[in-house]
Write a protein that binds this ligand. Structure first.
Ligand code: ADP
Ligand code: MG
Length: 579
């Protein structure tokens, strides 16, 4: 149970505020997360890490000399938005380039990639290394699809040490990739975690059972077995990880850094009892244990569970693994003297003046702002159910994410409309706000949707049915190009494609917009419901595909709900009167 919170929707913000105050010796807050509050005076490559909140010390707790320069901190269990990552990276780039490193989750990949593209376009040198250490999340032949868990620490630590040692961006990237290639993890859980404000855990493990292969977002385990003894668990960990040695490594004679990680409510003492056997077994196999870590390094709220990570060292990685570090949650040796520095960043300019627009486009902009208000109220009511659906195979945050996104979009749209913005500008401002506040996969995709529709409507033209249909088709195409999902992958695309097609067909046949939209919304609803029979193959749901049979896709359901809501608020008035 997580018991202490104020407004659950504000949990991540309030947590970051408190963390930054408590850890001011190491970090300072910037829009999007935290950055170091000190500098050694040397210019180095900057390492920026990040991910959802709920995994402390990942990610903010690993910012400081010897590890990361900044952390983008997303909402609870949701990727930080591209805007957050961008803002953190910009704050720490010292002119020698930025390495972005994060765990392999669909939402993080989308948002970090967007941020990297934007930083690159502005002339920053940026590389990304995605951590893929969890051996249970995909088979060996799809190793690049594995998700990242406590192995994050191994990659962040060696990359951070390489930066500190003066490596250039190529060198830091090489070290991070090499570390990831030589890091393997395996986790188990005994009970699920409860998100702040939720009245029950995201998932449950039957009493006396252990879920093998858990994810750090509470994705259900892949297999349930009886809880073993501490020694039995250590044997399972070591045996499976030795079956998964990286290419070129033989246990006998190898040097290895183990990380035994507690996920939330497994006590340090229990971990030490497990570690006792891990250590002995590794030595029995001829491996030399180097600077092990036992403790909470990547958590999942109050999940009862633990994981073992093995980082197989070479000479260079051993030097970097052992190098000094001084962060709020991870310390080693003595770092070079630091001076305090203060980073100043202009706040995102949400009140920027709006450009010119025609009167008719302004009127549409106001209608769009009103529509966001209604959609927000509907999503507020649906949030709990959307979260429940998402928790069956995903991580349970879809309701919270949609709520945060649509509230921010509603407020931004209102501000823009009041300032006289046309349809496109209203939708663009809403898109930026949505992705910034929602984070996650769906946040990035909804921003694409709003931007695409906005581009088709423009700020000058009279909005007609054809423009709306064109915008919706463009939105569908850009979501598919960006997220790489096809029909049948059990994502929002399964509702979007039939919606866009039905709308386009109706409009082409000369139907008025409201009628065509209404029919298309019904088609989307049916298509969303029909996703219940599909197996999820993409995103976080991937490793639990079969479990999702019988439950529709959360993103498809919410997409259809937005479509039907827009219809119910008099499409013809909201979108056009011409049809
Ligand atoms: P996250 O997956 O980051 O937790 P959300 O829970 O808010 O984000 O959204 C999950 C929804 O996003 C899924 O139900 C699915 O509809 C949609 N989704 C996930 N990945 C993709 C993708 N690659 N393309 C299209 N939609 C996707
Ligand atoms: Mg989710």
């Amino acid at each position: 149970m997580t018991r202490l919170f104020n407004d659950p929707a504000m949990f991540a913000d309030e947590m970051i505020e408190g963390f930054a105050a408590a850890a001011e010796r190491w970090v300072q807050r910037v829009p999007g997360g935290v950055v170091r509050s000190t500098s050694s005076g040397e210019r180095t490559v900057a390492v920026v890490i990040g991910g959802g909140s709920g995994h402390y010390p990942a990610f903010g707790g690993l910012v400081g000399p010897g590890v990361a320069h900044g952390a983008a901190m997303g909402n609870v269990f949701a990727s930080p938005s591209a805007q957050q990552i961008y803002s953190v990276a910009k704050a720490v780039d010292q002119g020698r380039g930025v390495l972005l490193s994060y765990g392999n989750y669909a939402g993080d990949v989308l948002n970090f990639t967007q941020a990297q593209n934007r930083l690159g376009a502005e002339g920053h040198g940026v590389r990304s290394v995605v951590v893929t250490d969890d051996i249970w999340s995909a088979t060996r032949d799809r190793i690049e699809q594995r998700r990242g868990i406590a192995g994050d620490l191994a990659v962040f630590k060696t990359a951070g040490a390489a930066a500190e040692a003066g490596y250039d961006l190529d060198g830091v990237e090489r070290v991070a990739r090499l570390t990831n290639a030589r890091t393997r993890s395996f986790g188990v859980a005994f009970s699920g975690c409860t998100l702040p404000g939720a009245d029950k855990p995201l998932f449950e493990v039957p009493a006396g059972q252990m879920a093998v292969g858990l994810g750090i977002h509470g994705e259900p385990g892949i297999d349930d077995v009886e809880v073993p003894t501490a020694a039995g668990l250590a044997e399972l960990f070591v045996e499976k990880l030795l079956d998964e040695l990286p290419d070129g490594v033989t246990a006998d004679g190898a040097r290895v850094a183990p990380i035994l990680n507690g996920l939330g409510t497994v006590k340090y003492e229990e971990l030490f009892v497990v570690y006792r056997t891990v250590h002995r077994l590794l030595e029995e196999r001829g491996a030399v244990v180097v600077e092990p870590e036992v403790g909470e390094l990547c958590t999942s709220f109050d999940m009862a569970g633990c994981s073992l990570t093995l980082l197989w060292l070479d000479e260079e990685l051993e030097r970097l693994w052992g190098a000094p570090a001084d962060t709020p949650a991870f310390r080693k040796g003595a770092v070079a003297p630091q001076q305090r520095v203060e980073v100043r960043l202009a706040d995102a300019d949400v009140h920027a003046p709006v450009g010119p627009a025609s009167d008719s486009s302004r009127a549409v902009g106001r209608d769009i702002a009103d529509a966001f208000g209604t959609v927000a109220a509907v999503l507020d009511d649906a949030a709990e159910e959307l979260g429940r659906i998402d928790s069956v195979a995903g991580d349970g945050d879809h309701g919270i994410g949609m709520q945060r996104g649509v509230h921010a979009a509603r407020d931004a749209a209102r501000r823009a409309a009041d300032a006289g913005a046309g349809a496109r500008t209203v939708l663009d401002r809403a898109a930026d706000a949505w992705s910034d506040r929602a984070g996650g996969t769906s946040g990035a995709l909804w921003a694409e949707i709003l931007r695409s529709v906005g581009a088709a409507l423009g700020d000058e033209a009279d909005v007609d049915a054809r423009a709306v249909a064109t915008g919706v088709t463009a939105a569908k195409d850009s979501v598919m190009a960006f997220g790489k999902a096809k029909v049948g992958d059990k994502t929002m695309v399964d509702a979007m494609v039939p919606f866009a097609d039905a709308l386009a067909a109706g409009v082409a046949a000369g139907e008025p917009l409201a009628a065509a939209w209404g029919r298309a919304a019904t088609v989307a609803e049916e298509a969303a419901a029909a996703t219940a029979s599909l197996v999820a193959t993409l995103g976080r749901a991937r490793s639990h595909g079969e479990r999702s049979i019988g439950t529709p896709d959360a993103g498809a359901v919410s997409f259809a709900l937005v479509c039907t809501t827009v219809h119910s608020i008099h499409t013809e008035r909201v979108l056009t009167e011409k049809g």
